[in-house]
Design a protein around this ligand. Structure first.
Ligand SMILES: C[C@@H]1N[C@@H](C(=O)NCc2ccccc2)[C@H](O)[C@@H]1O
Length: 452
């Protein structure tokens, strides 16, 4: 092992109450909202088919014209209570909000820049209103913060000379001051989600990323910090040069999940974040985005996929420029939330089912407290039957279709094929969306008859 000053702070996952709470949440609501929601992917009458929050870069918009959008950011239809209600509808247990994205605009009245909510028509403290509304509903709030800042004069992508180093040192000082400000203004925040840390300039300053994590954990005991913040002494990101995960959970899964399903991912905490349209985090009004919204059952599959490997799933919402939630995204939230209302016991507080192989037709999850195993069937085979292969030496005693207490389906819906392999006929099972079964298992105690 190399002696690292700025490497991982621990070898094993955290087991304190705050981390266990984050781990048990499993489902979060990501929100990307800022000036980019106003043009919403369209500039000078033309749709720019790229992530809406990247518009100023992709459309090469002059800085003064982008800054002028702040005058139109009236929050006419912004209501933190309604946003929080969509999180409740989704069944989200936490929410992560973009405090400052790559364009540098701050959703709070920062003392360290002039590019913030205080210099907009309403002057409202969006972060303060959101923290109050979400926490009133028992939903934890995390802050997304982009280290990358296209607007700040001292930002550098690379460090070519002493002047660059001096400027970037000023930038890191500015960003540290903003992070202290966020921790002081909103001390109930439960986590920080860092982004925009892939450039050479940040990788060459692993010490700063280590200092940020240390500062936040000193000021907010229990706070959870994602791996994406971190670089070590040698510029290694997420995982240090000794192969140890930095931060508290791995956050490299952006618009992707572990494919193929790989049990090694379950060795540490992790989270995948996902857009509802194909590839825009900020609201994009064009058909390029609006024609690619995910189906609720695809979202359910992703939630179960993450849970089965011990990860959280953070589904992104991009509110519109006036502050209203996009109706199509609210509808998806409601449908997913209704499914979680019936089947959430297979997700919340659940994780990797040790000893159970990937079944192909969905996922096994296991309640981390009770040990209860669930089968989440997200890809029903054409045969209408699923093979349940239990860990060797175990047998299936019974199964209960969630949400169907007393459903006749539970009387004798399965048969043994051999040893610990059973077949379940799904014919009689009905449910809105993917089926979930709670499995009752036991040890095989004597000789078993071969295929009946
Ligand atoms: C969580 C996401 N991370 C930011 C990001 O820059 N991702 C890399 C990216 C690079 C190119 C196009 C879209 C996204 C996106 O804007 C979201 O905030």
């Amino acid at each position: 092992m190399m002696d690292l000053k700025y490497g991982a702070s621990r070898e094993k996952p955290r087991e304190d109450a705050a981390m266990k709470r984050f781990r048990g949440h499993r489902v979060g609501q990501f929100i990307h909202w800022g000036l980019y929601a106003l043009p919403a992917g369209r500039w000078e009458g033309k749709d720019v088919e790229f992530a809406a929050e990247f518009l100023p870069r992709v459309a090469k918009i002059p800085q003064h014209r982008w800054e002028a959008l702040a005058n139109d950011f009236t929050l006419a239809d912004f209501d933190a209570e309604r946003w929080a209600d969509t999180a409740v509808a989704l069944g989200a247990r936490y929410m992560t909000i973009t405090t400052k994205h790559h364009d540098g605009f701050c959703l709070w009245p920062s003392a360290h820049t002039d590019f913030h909510m205080g210099n907009t028509p309403s002057g409202r403290d969006v972060l303060g209103e959101l923290v109050a509304a979400y926490e009133a509903r028992g939903i934890d709030v995390n802050f997304y913060y982009s280290v990358l800042d296209w607007r700040h004069p001292d930002w550098r992508f690379t460090l070519e000379n002493d002047a660059d180093n001096l400027a970037f040192a000023r930038y890191l000082d500015f960003a540290m001051k903003q992070l202290v400000e966020l921790a002081e203004r909103y001390p109930s925040v439960k986590g920080f989600w860092f982004d925009g840390t892939w450039d050479e300039s940040v990788k060459a300053n692993g010490w700063w990323t280590w200092e940020v994590e240390r500062m936040l954990k000193e000021r907010i005991p229990g706070v959870v910090v994602n791996s994406r913040l971190r670089a070590d002494d040698f510029g290694a990101r997420h995982v240090d040069s000794n192969g140890l995960l930095m931060g508290d959970y791995e956050s490299g899964y952006e618009r992707r999940l572990p494919e193929p399903w790989d049990r090694s991912v379950a060795a540490h905490d992790w989270e995948a974040c996902m857009t509802i349209p194909q590839a825009s985090w900020g609201y994009h009004q064009g058909p390029w985005a609006q024609s690619t919204l995910k189906h609720p059952w695809d979202v359910v599959d992703m939630i179960a996929h993450c849970t089965s490997l011990g990860g959280n799933f953070l589904l992104n919402f991009g509110p519109r420029g006036d502050g209203s939630m996009a109706p199509a995204e609210v509808e998806i939230a409601r449908t997913v939330g209704q499914w979680l209302g019936v089947n959430g016991e297979a997700i919340y507080g659940c994780g990797f089912a040790e000893g159970w192989e990937y079944p192909g037709w969905g996922y096994f999850t296991q309640d981390s407290s009770t040990g209860q195993v669930f089968a989440v069937v997200t890809r029903e085979p054409a045969s209408g039957r699923i093979r349940l292969e239990l860990p060797t030496g175990m047998e299936l005693v019974g199964l209960q279709l969630l949400g169907s207490a007393g459903h006749p389906f539970n009387e004798h819906p399965f048969k043994r094929l051999a040893g610990s392999v059973f077949e379940v006929d799904l014919g009689g099972a009905t449910s809105a969306g993917p089926l979930v079964f709670a499995l009752e298992t036991g040890a095989i105690t004597g000789p078993v008859a071969e295929k009946e």
